[in-house]
Write a protein that binds this ligand. Sequence first.
Ligand code: CA
Length: 488
Amino acid sequence: MTNKTMMQFFEWYLPNNQLHWKRAEAQAAELKRIGVNMVWLPPAYKGAAGPASVGYDVYDMYDLGEFDQKGAISTKYGTRADYLTAVSALQQAGIKVLCDIVLNHRMGADATEQVMVIDGLEHNRGQDISSQHPITAWTKFDFPGRAGAHSGFHWNASHFSGTDWDEGTKRKGIYRFHGKPWNRETDSEKGNYDYLMGADLDTDNQEVIQETKNWGRWYQDTVHMDGFRMDAVKHISFAFCRDWISAMRAHKNDLYIVGEYWSHDTGKLTHYLNATDRSLSLFDIPLHFHFLEAATSNGNYDMARLFSGTLTEADQAHSVTFVDNHDTQPGQALCSFIPAWFKPIAYALILLRDVGTPCVFYGDYYGIPHDGVAPVPQLARLIKIRECYAYGPEHLFFDDPSLTGFTREGDAEHPDSGVAVLLTDSTGGSKRMYVGERLAGRRMVDALGRAPETVEIGADGWGTFSVSGGSVSVWVTEPAREYLYLNF
Ligand code: CA
């Protein structure tokens, strides 16, 4: 068995040059070589901003860069043919492909309709602040550029439950369509967080339920992906998502699915997992914020509690761990970018511990030229250590507020496996850790090359490892380091 390692293969500020699918195709073999075996690709269908759209402003989910709509045939990332070629190149390299799905909203409608609405309070959506009145809403989607290809479904106001723009008065608001309550089985932030942006799908509408399933089956049959990353699930009826996933698995049963439920509250995440019968995993948002706090506390964070209260602690089998993503990077809405000095520490934790499924951010691996962010050093080497050596029973030494570590004993299936990781947010030091009697008599060295010494593991399976201030050391067997030095 090989450890699963995901990469989020995009960041927000990729150039709008339609070359990203070709880039994914070109990188497939190299990603596999470093140990990535799953990638999450950005939303592939036409957004309201056309070739400048990152993909979350969904216009036409059947237009994968095939029709002249919103200013171009191609999406920001390339054409439909480029996309299908990239997916198949990744799969042929041995990498599973997750496609990004946005089911919450639509934007960039082709025409307006008169709709009766009731205004809600921005910060308490459950509270009405007007009687019913008409607005001019962008809710008609006829996709004239596609002219019925792939699907004849047209969207209109009956398929949505609200919007935030009145074209008649040019006023922003929280406009709930008359006769349509916000779905109560959504996140409770802002009173009720069913509404996020654009024209919000009415997930109680039978035609919407049927059409989203029809589209999902068409998308699977067209792309043959291995799974999904589902956007904004806290804004969508939990039961609707559960049923949609179940319909998708009925079509192709081995889909891997991870949802984005953006909340610091692990209780909300586990509640969502319960409500959806654990049919998907979720990103461990609380862990991301622990990393941020640890990285910005001037060495005063209690490192022993890094995983306390996280989704990974509560349900590691349904946790996707990550350090940063396209929303947390500089300039984005949820900006909470982990400072550079802490990134290798955070990646050693998510990649080498025996919990969760780690997701490496494109912007960390390749850098973010738009903001002058350099790649995280030695990330390929850490990913490779996960693939080759981070196996066997785990022992935690989270017993000190600044100097913590963990070990993996290694196993017989993976030659030269076994890892010892020591890290600190403060001054350096050393620590005795148990790596198992399997490694008794073996010599271990720091694969990141910072600690100069060689540690010989005692007959009792213990060794004394060191780390310098504000960093991480990753100890592997000597032949493992030799291999890593020559290749990564
Ligand atoms: Ca919604």
